[in-house]
Ligand binder design. Structure first.
Ligand SMILES: CC(C)(COP(=O)(O)OP(=O)(O)OC[C@H]1O[C@@H](n2cnc3c(N)ncnc32)[C@H](O)[C@@H]1OP(=O)(O)O)[C@@H](O)C(=O)NCCC(=O)NCCS
Length: 164
């Protein structure tokens, strides 16, 4: 039995987080360490899914991340996340990462990431999440694409476990 059979909109899950890149975020070249961005991406995705499920969530899968542009110290990193697809207990979040120079206002899109989270009940077991309500055709199409991504992840994971 689902807690919220009426479902919730994609928009209701949408979150934005922003963080100023400081010297503690640097790699040895003086740009921002990719791992810092990966952590923020995971936080943004988790927050969107927590908003949707109104439950604690754990990260179960992170798709390949490709960084197209370096992020520099002093940049403001802005991450927007929202739920793109829900299964029974799992949710995919789509997270967009932009880096803004707060002095010039120039903003660069650095990457888009897809991550899967599972909602957990108070005993630490996967628990059902509300359905996702689509308000636009692009949200509906994206969910179809996300469903295919999820099928591929599960097929890969099954293949890996048969090889172990
Ligand atoms: C997430 C976890 C509870 C799932 O356990 P499980 O035994 O696979 O549970 P289930 O088979 O019921 O799967 C739960 C959901 O996860 C999805 N899932 C499982 N493996 C997956 C994978 N490799 N990729 C994407 N989704 C996956 C399932 O499809 C299912 O989704 P659905 O209910 O929407 O159909 C378990 O793998 C876990 O605890 N992982 C560690 C999570 C964690 O600690 N993350 C932080 C890392 S530091």
């Amino acid at each position: 039995m689902q807690d919220n059979p009426q479902g919730k909109t994609v928009k209701a899950s949408r979150i934005t987080i922003a963080q100023l890149m400081q010297p503690t975020h640097a790699n040895h070249l003086g740009n921002v360490h990719g791992g810092e961005i990966m952590k923020l991406v995971d936080e943004a995705g988790a927050l969107a899914c927590m908003r949707h499920a109104q439950k604690r969530v754990v990260t179960v899968a992170v798709d390949q991340m490709v960084f197209r542009n370096p992020i520099r110290l002093g940049d403001l990193v802005i991450l927007t996340g929202e739920v793109s697809y829900v299964g029974r207990t799992s949710m995919e979040a789509e997270v967009h990462v932009n880096a803004e120079n707060p002095i010039t206002g120039e903003r660069v899109h650095t990457n888009t990431a897809y991550l899967v989270y599972v909602a957990m009940d108070d005993s630490g077991h996967p628990t059902p999440v509300p359905p996702l309500i689509f308000e636009t055709e692009s949200e509906r199409q994206r969910a179809k694409d996300a469903e295919e991504r999820q099928e591929r992840r599960l097929a890969k994971s099954k293949l890996r476990s048969t090889q172990e």
